[in-house]
Design a binder for this molecule. Structure first.
Ligand SMILES: CC(C)(COP(=O)(O)OP(=O)(O)OC[C@H]1O[C@@H](n2cnc3c(N)ncnc32)[C@H](O)[C@@H]1OP(=O)(O)O)[C@@H](O)C(=O)NCCC(=O)NCCS
Length: 331
């Protein structure tokens, strides 16, 4: 029996939401100079989901959150802390978490957003863990809601083939036994900010006609550099999370990596010593849905019976910032 720290909080419910609209590689071939073979070979992505124009991050998050609360047997009014991870807030003020709070009727919660890109949901779990462990509340709801299609440049073939829209959520309570978060490792490096960013439309370069014309409000990415740093940071995230829990790849029932690129996923699995049969992959169906990718994958894996109570998962993410996170969880 592997020794590990006693968990402080456990996940008692999960939920996911993906929009109905499917955008395939064949559809993208009609929009930009690309082809299915290139996209599949370089990324593993075959299709992605795109939200309706009138569907925002809060609405998508609410769908996922309701399912997570239902599984947990928790009423909206019982939630003490509501954290939303999003790179695509519905508006700059107030937070998407407050809009989501109103949609859910979670009137007793403190609600706020965090911006840690694709690592945001894992960052959120750790923030909720600290809050609950400090005795400030009993129930946390951590949601990731991403409408990446709203910040994608649909004329830039280097980025538009990668992203999709989705939301995922989990309800957390204080742990009562050996189930829960076993270890976490979070890092960021702001020196790498300009590898993946939106240059304009914020306080430094406010929205203007010029920003719009230059598409400064949309995602810009140095793909090759992001790739290199992603492989490096995913290795640190997964390796350190395992080490902190006193576990090795052999102890892991399922690796749920951030779903950005199949080649990055394979490199992460290899580094962590986990065979590909024990790696959850849905990047082919959803593309990169930023911080929603991991909770969506976790909820799918639970529904498919791949993981369940007592199973140990390793999860790892990287994203703009740069940010990266690894976590081991006994479900
Ligand atoms: C984006 C990514 C798939 C590109 O793959 P790559 O092997 O690095 O490809 P490159 O950027 O070196 O481009 C190779 C060629 O393909 C071309 N290309 C780029 N996008 C293309 C597309 N959608 N279709 C066809 N060709 C494309 C490039 O223009 C380049 O052509 P050139 O050699 O004539 O200049 C890869 O870099 C990647 O996955 N990076 C990480 C991105 C990521 O995960 N971002 C999210 C972080 S959370």
């Amino acid at each position: 029996m592997v020794k590990h720290p006693k968990p402080l909080v456990e996940i008692v419910g999960t939920g996911r939401y993906v929009p109905d609209r499917v955008l395939t590689n064949a559809d993208l071939e009609k929009m930009v100079e690309t082809n299915d073979e290139w996209i599949v070979e370089r990324t593993g992505i075959r299709e992605r989901r795109i939200a309706r124009d009138d569907e925002g991050a809060a609405q998508m998050g609410a769908e996922a959150a309701r399912k997570a609360m239902e599984e947990a047997g928790v009423e909206p009014g019982e939630v003490d802390i509501l954290i939303v991870s999003t790179a695509t807030p519905d508006r700059w003020l107030p937070s998407t978490a407050c809009d989501l709070q109103a949609l859910l009727g979670a009137g007793n919660a403190m609600a706020f957003d965090i911006c840690a890109a694709c690592s945001g949901w894992l960052y959120g779990l750790t923030m909720a863990e600290g809050y609950l462990a400090a005795g400030r509340g009993e129930i946390a709801l951590v949601v990731a809601a991403e409408k990446m299609s709203s910040i994608t440049d649909w004329e830039d073939r280097a980025t538009c083939v990668l992203f999709g829209d989705a939301a995922g959520a989990a309800v957390l309570k204080k742990a009562t036994g050996d189930r829960g978060i076993l270890s976490a490792h979070h890092k960021s490096d702001g020196n790498l900010a300009d590898l993946l960013y939106r240059p304009g439309g914020g306080a430094a370069i406010p929205m203007s006609e010029e920003v719009l014309v230059d598409k400064g409000h949309l995602v810009k990415m140095s793909g090759r550099e992001v790739f290199k740093n992603a492989v490096r940071s995913m290795a640190d995230a997964s390796g350190t999370a395992l080490e902190k829990a006193g576990l090795t790849g052999d102890d892991i029932d399922l690796l749920i990596p951030h779903q950005a690129n199949i080649r990055i996923i394979k490199a992460t699995a290899k580094y962590a010593g986990i065979p590909m049969e024990k790696v959850y992959i849905n990047v082919d169906r959803f593309g990169n849905t930023s911080s929603a990718a991991i909770p969506v994958a976790l909820d799918e894996a639970k529904e498919a019976g791949i993981v369940g109570p007592g199973t140990v998962i390793l999860t790892a993410a990287f994203g703009a910032g740069f940010t990266w996170s690894g976590m081991t969880i006994r479900l």
